[in-house]
Design a binder for this molecule. Sequence first.
Ligand SMILES: Nc1ncnc2c1ncn2[C@@H]1O[C@H](COP(=O)(O)OP(=O)(O)O)[C@@H](O)[C@H]1O
Ligand SMILES: [Mg+2]
Length: 460
Amino acid sequence: MDLCTDVLSLLDRALVAEPPSIDRQGGIFAEGHLEELDALRTLSTTAKDVVLDLERRERERTGIGSLKVKFTKVFGYYIEITKSKLDAVPDEYVRKQTIANGERFITAELAELQDRILHADERCRALELAAFLDLRASIGEQAPRLHRLARVLGSIDVATALGEVAHARDYVRPEVDASLDLILRDSRHPTVECYAAKDGFVPNTIELDPEGTRFMLLTGPNMAGKSTAMRQAALAVIMAQAGGFVAAKAARIGVVDRVYTRVGASDQLARGQSTFMVEMTEASAILRGATERSFVILDEIGRGTSTYDGLAIAWAVAEHLHDAARCRTIFATHYHELCELADRLSNAANYNVAAKEHDDSMVLLHQLVPGGSNRSYGLAVARLAGVPPVVLARAKAKLRELETSAESVNVPQMPLFEPPSPPTTEVEATLRALDVERMTPVDALVTLARLRALARRDSE
Ligand SMILES: Nc1ncnc2c1ncn2[C@@H]1O[C@H](COP(=O)(O)OP(=O)(O)O)[C@@H](O)[C@H]1O
Ligand SMILES: [Mg+2]
């Protein structure tokens, strides 16, 4: 393997231990790399000594003991000779200025020295910049070798990181085969489990196979762990096919050609696309691209539009994935009506993430179990979120009211997609238009106040 040691030793020799980030400021190159730079640096740091040395030599040469080399900002460096010694001044001294008790001179050597001292810093910078550009260009020529090395180091890095987490977090080596199965025994979400309290993460088993259940319809209350479960399955597939171990007790994965996901509801609002548009664009890509070898996770599709639209689209998407694409799918939904699909489709089954309710509170078990869930536990979640008791009580009463009226309307069972009869009052119209799943507690309060005002007005 080419370790590019020549490049390393060049950089090692040329650069100071911690080069500055701005190349125009100098201080990049180490001592001993550029002779001229070293000389210039010595000059600017020892300028005083050099001047004193010149003064000493001139005194000796001229025999003028009082000869002084001085400096002012206006005149720069000069040699000052007192009146009494002017006779001894050598010919090559050039007079610059006459002062009360003597004269000031300059010599070629002093002028050059001055020039060197005053411009040493500037020259250092210019020299360093030029040398830096040179160095950069010559390292640039080695780019293909460096890229090769970087790729190898990258692979080693990934392999060791995967090895390390596999060991530290008790992952298992997956079997990847040519089947269309996806079997994950006691699998965990690799990052959510890190945030859960010790032993707090509930492992779940997910089993999909082409002959049995290849379409899993997942329901359950908010916060139960639907999104987590489906994402952990997708992550297991990706990690397994990347050559890693997976967070499970055992895993067998029929090789997947693509993992398709539609997750997260408000991720691209900032880019100016409506949630629903994003959802549909992604769903469309999935419906067009998914094959029998694909693995698809769809999280709450249809959420971004009105209930009937959303339900209708979710239904059709589910059917298409099951019947046409025939891919392995986990489909999480808040539309309990979709549970009916599992009975109609030969390779679909209902699962839910269990919760236990007692009184008005709810315990989330995070456990994936067969069967559909027919409730959303919305009120229990609202309570968990701290919605004020007075609002909860009113909502509970309202729910009972709605359920009773729904029951009376629903006898015999209302067909799924029959359009509802037009609302008779404004209160009803408002209530029907509510997207309770997406309301904040404050929205709920404000809406409640509005509904009450409407109801009072209507009863007057
Ligand atoms: N298997 C699990 N064990 C422990 N905690 C979990 C598990 N699954 C989910 N959670 C916790 O519940 C939270 C909500 O999970 P999420 O998957 O977003 O629920 P849902 O999609 O059903 O609303 C997660 O952020 C995590 O803290
Ligand atoms: Mg979710």
